[in-house]
Design a protein around this ligand. Structure first.
Ligand code: KE4
Length: 426
């Protein structure tokens, strides 16, 4: 039995599915995941010594690539002084100030340990601030695994949500309305019916969790206008897009000012960090200043804060316009390769992230994305893996491209994709 299979057999003895997050188990593509032992730049190495060109990037944190020198050095110094104190440390305010300097809508913030904690807390805050209970989310968007956000679309548009996971009480799911992304009529309809009871709309400003689906040009403006006119808060979930699609995230790039923002992934540089923040009058409702309780033993952990600070300081010097151009030209080459091989694909892309949907497209929402041929994706995924290119193991996930991917890496990926499109085509 090969090394990764042996490791998976052992892992399964102790860990559910052998993993600590479901997508890593390769359920959607089959086979055994590589057990990774090291990462450097855009490459990973598994326990069998195999090297991979990595487009998972830790699911988003590694915009600088793996083990970036300034982050490793900063963490080494920090961890030698201690790991966590349960008391305030200077570095927490330093990182918060840097985050605020990039996102003007964030006047005050709170660090937590994951994107899930960030969105869960932002929703509790929105409900307290508006004294309303309902939350609107979008089909295909994922905001972490808190009960209320594991709700799917009910029978018809804008009907009350139904649980999207076992263990979520119907009563919780009913408080979440799920409607299609990029559909202003559906948004207007839900506000016409429930406007006075909607506390907030939470949105991925570029959807990454259905594969990459970009907003239509007018969509986010409509979202801002409609929420404002009904007294509902707009929560922009930038856990994935924050500090990735632009230094200021999608909100600065696309000129939308949300009431609250959630962050994660990049801001921890690979360490467990999430954050929620926004208007000072709203954040002032959070304990200890206000009645909204939220807490965390390791929130603002100094080692994680140092990793985040070193990461953002390095990113502040990088050229995001160049990364956007690199992403666009890479995706154009993938489209051309697919066309040459006769594979019908739609590629959703934005700076630093992309998804190859095996469908003619266009893909403007989750229903479009679900038309993809997941068997074709599975064959393509494994052909790329055989060539040493590691894509996210699901048709409905974003692939991540960062500052560590060199021209040589991307040339190699295009060559591998050309033959993988052909293989998948048979
Ligand atoms: P975490 O709790 O996983 O740190 O963050 C939840 C979350 C919130 N909001 C957005 C927009 C997210 O993308 C995520 C988490 N993203 C997934 C990737 N699809 C994490 C990967 C995983 O679940 O293992």
């Amino acid at each position: 039995m090969n090394t990764n299979r042996k490791l998976m057999a052992e892992a399964r003895r102790h860990l559910v599915g052998g993993v600590n997050s479901p997508v890593r188990a390769f359920g959607a593509v089959g086979g055994t995941p590589p057990f990774i032992v090291s990462g450097r730049g855009a490459h990973l190495r598994d326990a069998a010594g195999r090297r991979y060109l990595d487009f998972i990037g830790g699911w988003g944190p590694h915009l600088l690539g793996h083990s970036p020198a300034p982050v490793v050095a900063a963490v080494r110094r920090a961890v030698g002084r201690g790991t966590s104190y349960g008391m305030p440390t200077p570095v927490e305010a330093e990182l918060a100030a840097l985050v605020k300097s990039a996102l003007p809508s964030v006047e005050k913030l709170r660090f937590v340990n994951s994107g899930t904690e960030a969105t869960m807390s932002a929703i509790r805050l929105a409900r307290a601030a508006t004294r309303r209970d309902l939350v609107v989310k979008f089909d295909g968007c994922y905001h972490g695994h808190s009960d209320g956000l594991l709700a799917g679309a009910g029978s018809g548009l804008a009907t009350f949500g139904i649980p999207a996971s076992a263990g979520v009480p119907k009563a919780f799911a009913r408080l979440t309305l799920t409607i299609p992304f990029n559909d202003v009529a559906a948004l207007e309809d839900v506000f016409r019916r429930q406007g006075r009871t909607i506390a907030a709309v939470i949105v991925e400003p570029v959807v990454g969790n259905m594969g990459v689906i970009v907003p239509r040009p007018w969509y986010l403006d409509s979202l801002r206008r409609i929420t404002k006119s009904h007294g509902a808060l707009l929560i922009m979930d930038e856990v994935m897009t924050g500090f990735r699609v632009a230094w200021g995230g999608a909100q600065v790039r696309d000129g939308i000012r949300p009431d609250l923002t959630t962050l994660g992934k990049v801001i921890g540089g690979g360490f467990p960090v999430g954050a929620y923040g926004g208007r000072a009058d709203l954040m002032g409702l959070v304990s200890p200043e206000g009645p909204v309780y939220q807490a965390g033993t390791l929130s603002g952990n100094p080692v994680a804060m140092v990793a985040g600070l070193a990461t953002l300081r390095a990113l502040a010097k990088r050229d995001y316009d160049a990364l956007a151009r690199t992403t666009a030209s890479f995706c154009a080459r993938l489209r051309a390769a697919a066309l040459r091989s006769g594979a019908e694909v739609w590629i959703g892309e934005t700076c630093g992230m992309f998804t190859i949907f095996f469908t003619r497209g266009p893909v403007w929402n989750a229903a479009d994305a679900r038309k993809s041929d997941t068997r074709r994706f599975r064959r393509f995924f494994h052909a790329m893996l055989k060539a040493g290119v590691l894509l996210p193991p699901s048709q409905f996930e974003a692939a991540f491209l960062g500052f560590a991917h060199t021209k040589k890496d991307l040339d190699y990926a295009v060559t591998a994709a050309s033959s993988s499109f052909r293989e998948g085509h048979t």
